[in-house]
Design a protein around this ligand. Structure first.
Ligand code: DGL
Length: 273
């Protein structure tokens, strides 16, 4: 039965707005409640214990707002804390790692040639890389498929600065991705909320024809599948979106605007209990 409650989305910051945008485009009638834990960003350089502690606290807050599902838009939190979040949540939880891995395996299988199985490269934060969450998810679907991980920590501040296509971004991409062509990877997963903003620069550093998998798009499809009966139908107007953050500086509004593609005047500051 259709459920009028909002879908909750969580990220360490405002990078998850790429997932929010994908969810809003696929399910335009849904109300969306987004929480960015901007006071504690970045998660990607922190220890697993800290990421789990922060994520649990933020999800507890989202659940207290009466959401019908939780979308963990943050790759780092999905990689390190999804089990802890599922344990505490009475509503469905969708992370970005499993859908991203599924899409990567499908793309890799489709691009295998003459019985040679190409590998998959995963670009992500240091914490996500260390967790091997994408590697485990890929191997569960396609045992024996090789997965290489590249931590690309500078891509996060570059995306926030709006330096996504200049010479600094191209130099960082060339340096981080130098080993990808040698590995034979034809599929590259953008395993961090911020990396889709650098997609063109990343593609330019890779051999022509390399397939980029954007976990925002694949996660939105997974949300739709998980919530199918509870989705709102037959509405006449589109759903409302509320954006909550735990720190709201002027710079953050600017950065959020970069991810939203419009001025982010409507950020509401909340304090997590
Ligand atoms: N949201 C994080 C992720 O997708 C990137 C930013 C951070 O390190 O907190 O991994």
């Amino acid at each position: 039965m259709s459920d009028p409650r909002p879908i909750g989305l969580f990220d360490s910051g405002v990078g998850g707005l790429t997932v929010l945008d994908a969810v809003a485009r696929r399910m335009p009638f849904e109300d969306l409640l987004y929480l960015g834990d901007t006071a504690r960003l970045p998660y990607g350089t922190k220890s697993p214990e800290t990421v789990r502690r922060y994520a649990r606290r933020a999800i507890g807050f989202l659940l207290s707002q009466g959401v019908k599902a939780v979308v963990v838009a943050c790759n780092t939190a999905s990689a390190l804390a999804l089990d802890a979040i599922e344990e505490m949540s009475p509503v469905p939880v969708v992370g970005v790692v499993a859908p991203g891995a599924e899409a990567a395996v499908a793309a890799a299988r489709a691009s295998d040639r003459d019985g040679v199985r190409g590998s998959i490269a995963v670009l992500a934060t240091e914490a996500t890389v260390a967790s091997d969450a994408y590697g485990r998810a890929v191997r569960a679907l396609d045992p024996g498929r090789r997965v290489m991980h590249m931590a690309c920590p500078l891509f996060v501040p570059l995306a926030e600065e709006g330096w996504t296509e200049n010479e600094v971004a191209h130099a960082a991409a060339a340096r981080y991705l130098a080993d990808v062509p040698r590995s034979g990877a034809r599929v590259v997963v953008l395993g961090c909320t911020h990396y889709p903003l650098l997609a063109r620069t990343i593609a330019a550093a890779l051999p022509t024809g390399t397939i980029l998998v954007d976990s925002a798009e694949t996660a939105a499809r997974a949300v739709e599948a998980a919530l199918a009966p509870a989705l709102r139908r037959g509405e006449t107007s589109s759903g409302k979106t509320r954006l909550l953050v735990t720190d709201a500086s002027d710079r953050l509004r600017l950065v959020a605007g970069r991810f939203l593609g419009r001025p982010a005047a409507d950020l509401t500051l909340v304090d997590l209990p």
